[in-house]
Design a protein around this ligand. Structure first.
Ligand code: FE2
Length: 427
């Protein structure tokens, strides 16, 4: 695979054209009477036309055929996704999942879309207010199929196996310990190279932002320059047998046929794009005196609600770092809080749970449900000599990262009942 190129920066106004078609990007206007190379101009809006400049998002795509050239959408099999949070009785217990099983390619071919399973969620998809957490469990590339989500942004966290993601804006390679965000409406198709697994945080109706830094200052946590945007790439590919565009609309799946690949955008410009980020670039802030800062210091991206300081969801990581606090119980403190916390593990082991929480699994702690280190961890940490120590280094791998999402405003995360996976109550 030749190395892919990217544009660096978060939320910038960018412009890109496939080098095979120099001059494809119109100059001085968005919608010429005739575009260079007779391309079609198409705007993709990620915000209301009238949003303030600071939140206004749109891109102009110059493509071989407009997206509208497709047959009507039809309702299709819904697989394992849902947005109905009333299917299962609520459960305030701490819940933990073993690693979600990936189907064997020798038994059944499953691609990214067929392999989507909704775990839990909250809020209301129709009023664009809430979120869902899914896992994807697949073993086969999407073949002449693409997907787009009309309901919100998808933050994709591969845990096992890399993803080659074709988008209308170009190609991205996303490996475990990297994340990517495919924003609302963007078409994409995913190639995989082995039995592949990962997590998805979907937020309805809002976009992910970098958190404000307050007194931290202008630098730190996830720095804007480390976010990478694909460069324009197109294929002029006819698909005589039909290309399938799958759409998630109001939580339901629909499919439409067309005769060409949707990845026919020769040039684009704008500030509404997919992007990826390597979690190794996260600059960790922590206490260097005593006690803990709250885990919000580990926020990579946030999806803000309309209440100041309160997120619909925060994407938070616990990366490898030094622990140096004096006279302090160093593992995460016991606590109860007003948020739901879903946690996944990319690799290594989670510092507060020395056994039983494995990469590719998950846990859910509901609002005000008590949680904290297990008894062994408490014993050891209470007696430990407090020297500087590495935290969260993996046992097999150099790096380990766990992530969790925190829900602050949408009430409680409710479980889906579509997931035919093993659910374990932790005692
Ligand atoms: Fe917690």
């Amino acid at each position: 695979m030749t190395e892919l190129k990217y544009i660096s920066g978060f939320g910038n106004e960018c412009a890109s054209e496939d080098p095979r078609c120099p001059g494809a990007l119109p100059e001085g206007q968005n919608n010429p009477q005739v575009c260079p190379y007779n391309l079609y101009a198409e705007q993709l809006s990620g915000s209301a036309f009238t949003c303030p400049r600071s939140t206004n998002k749109r891109s102009w795509l110059y493509r071989i055929l407009p997206s509208v050239c497709h047959k009507p959408f039809e309702f299709i099999d819904q697989g394992h996704i849902t947005h109905n949070w009333d299917e299962v009785n609520p459960d305030p217990n701490q819940l933990r999942w073993k690693p979600f099983e990936i189907p064997k390619a020798s038994q059944k071919k499953v691609d990214f879309v067929n392999g989507l399973h909704t775990l839990c969620g909250a809020g209301d998809i129709r009023s664009n207010n809430g979120l869902a957490i899914h896992v994807f469990l697949c073993n086969t590339s999407m073949e002449n199929r693409c997907f787009y989500n009309s309901d919100g942004d998808l933050l994709i966290v591969p845990q096992k196996g890399k993803l080659l993601i074709y988008t209308e804006f170009g190609k991205m390679l996303v490996q475990p310990n990297e994340i990517c965000v495919i924003q609302r409406g963007m078409r994409f198709s995913i190639d995989v190279f082995e039995e592949t697994r990962g997590y998805i945080l979907e937020v309805y109706g809002v976009h992910f932002e970098l958190p404000d830094l307050g007194p931290i200052g202008a630098n730190g946590l996830a720095n804007p320059r480390d976010f990478l945007i694909p460069v324009a790439w197109y294929e002029d590919r006819q698909v005589p047998g039909g290309y399938t565009v799958i759409n998630k609309h109001q939580g339901k799946l629909f499919a439409a046929r067309q005769d060409v690949s949707p990845f026919n955008v020769v040039a684009w410009h704008g500030n509404y794009t997919p992007y990826k980020y390597n979690l190794e670039n996260f600059m960790v802030i922590n206490s260097v005196a005593f006690d803990h800062a709250d885990p919000s210091i580990f926020t990579v991206l946030t999806a803000k609600s309309v209440r100041p300081g309160v997120a619909i969801a925060d994407f938070v990581i616990f990366p490898p770092r030094w622990g140096v606090a004096d006279k302090t119980f160093r593992p995460p403190y016991y606590h109860r809080n007003c948020m739901s916390e879903f946690m996944g593990l990319i690799k290594g082991r989670y510092e507060a749970k020395q056994g039983g929480f494995l990469p590719g699994g998950g846990s859910l702690h509901s609002p005000m449900t008590p949680h904290g280190p297990d008894a062994d961890c408490f014993e050891k940490a209470s007696k430990a000599k407090l020297a500087p120590e590495r935290i969260a280094d993996g046992t097999m791998m150099k790096l380990s990262s766990s992530f969790k999402t925190e829900l602050q405003s949408m009430g409680q995360l409710s479980l889906s009942n579509t997931l035919l996976l093993r659910l374990h109550l932790k005692r």
